[in-house]
Structure formats: C-alpha cells, structure tokens
Design a protein around this ligand. Structure first.
Ligand code: FMN
Length: 210
C-alpha cells in the first residue's frame, strides 16, 4: 500500500493571499480531477470533556465568513457543538494526494439562510429531515418508514414543507487552514494559514514539517 507521491509542489509564492482563495482553487481542481463528492468533509467535534467524534458531512457553501453544512441540531454533533462550539473539517482529496484541514469556532447560520437552503432540497429530503431524530436509537427501520409515510400524506409532493425547527446550518469560522500536498520521499508540503489581524491580508502563512 506504500505509494510514491510525485505530485507538483505547493510553494509560498503561488499561494493565494487568503485561504478561501486557495481553497477555491483546490476545490475546483479536485472537481476537475473527478474526485467523487469533493465537498464531502470529515467534521470532528468534541464533547465538554474533550472526547472527540467524527463523521462525514457535505459542504454546502463557503466564503470569507466560513464553511457551511446542514444537519440536525439535536444530533450528537449538535449536542457537542452546543457544549463546545469548536470544530475541525478535513477534506480528504486522496486522488490528488491532498488534504485541507480547517479549524475554528462554530456558529449557527441565520434562520433565513437555513430556510433558503431547505427550499432547494428535494421534497423527499425535506420530509426525511422531519422523519429522522438523528443520532437517537430507533427500534427498527419500519418506524422511520412509517413516519415518512405519515409525512408524505400530510405534505404531498408540491405542498410546501416547513423547515424543521431542530434542523439547520452551522458555519465553521476558519482560524487556521492547512493545505497538505504529498511529495516525493515523504517531504510533503504543508502550508498553514493562521488568522492574524496584523498581517497584510489578515492571514499569515507558515510551513510545517511533514
Ligand atoms: C458522503 C456523506 C455525506 C453526508 N452528509 C451529511 C450532511 O451533510 N449532514 C448530516 O447531518 N449528515 C450527513 N451524513 C451523515 C453523517 O455522517 C452522520 O451519520 C450523521 O450526521 C449523524 O452524525 P452524529 O450522530 O455524529 O451527529 C453524511 C454521510 C456521508 C457518508
């Protein structure tokens, strides 16, 4: 399973002045290279005692304010974020020998932003959000299917589905963003942006040993 990385390097001179610009370049390159769901990212949270947990979620938007995903606020990740509003995101673009790691505090997005996104979801996914008490034990699949069928009767296709009050978006506000590029002989490139109000674009960059 040992793989030799012969990819082009990542050099300071070619980096975008701020991490969102750099992320945009790499995100498009991952998409162009055929990475399956390049917006899939591993979200890590920790409970009040610092015990970590991870799961995959989909990136649904990003800009200078941060990285947005949508979920159930009552889920395990939701309870952990309520107790400890900090997270890490990891984009595993293995086919390109790349990963991006974002760390920072997390805030809920506004209800308007959640509602606007919810309306773009297919009808079935809207009902699914209502049907699932995410992360709670359920006695069997049939319970979920029955709930879904009841919701379908109540909100047939074409009927507006209200946004569940327990469902919405989170924004991870980046404080640090690391770009990792696999290179030959394990001399990988790791360039990390750190938020720094005193730096020119609001960010300074440091190189880390691989
Ligand atoms: C490719 C992929 C994408 C996923 N996207 C989401 C998502 O955007 N939001 C979400 O709540 N769960 C998503 N999930 C499910 C989560 O990984 C997880 O099972 C769920 O959110 C419950 O996590 P928790 O119990 O740790 O809170 C996705 C799973 C996979 C494999």
């Amino acid at each position: 399973m040992r793989k030799h990385y012969t990819h082009e390097g990542l050099v300071e001179e070619q980096l975008a002045p701020e991490p969102i610009g750099q992320f945009t370049r790499w995100f498009h390159e991952a998409d162009d290279a055929g990475v399956v769901e390049p917006n899939a990212m591993v979200l890590s949270t920790a409970d009040a005692e610092g015990r970590p947990s991870s799961r995959t979620v989909l990136l649904k938007g990003y800009d200078a304010r941060g990285f947005v995903f949508f979920t159930n606020y009552g889920s395990r990740k939701g309870s952990e974020l309520a107790a400890n509003p900090h997270a890490a995101l990891l984009f595993p673009w293995i086919a390109l020998a790349r990963q991006v790691i974002v760390q920072g505090p997390v805030e809920k997005v506004g209800r308007d932003e959640t509602a606007a996104y919810f309306r773009t979801r297919p009808h079935g996914s809207q009902l699914g959000a209502w049907a699932s008490e995410q992360s709670s034990p359920v006695s069997g699949r049939e319970v979920l299917e029955q709930r879904y069928a009841e919701l379908e009767r109540r909100y047939p296709e074409g009927e507006g589905v209200p946004v569940p009050p327990f469902w919405g978006g989170y924004r991870v506000v980046p404080e640090s963003v690391e770009f990792w590029q696999g290179r030959e002989n394990r001399l990988h490139d790791r360039l990390r942006y750190l938020a720094d109000p005193a730096a020119p674009a609001g960010w300074r960059v440091e190189r880390l040993c691989p």
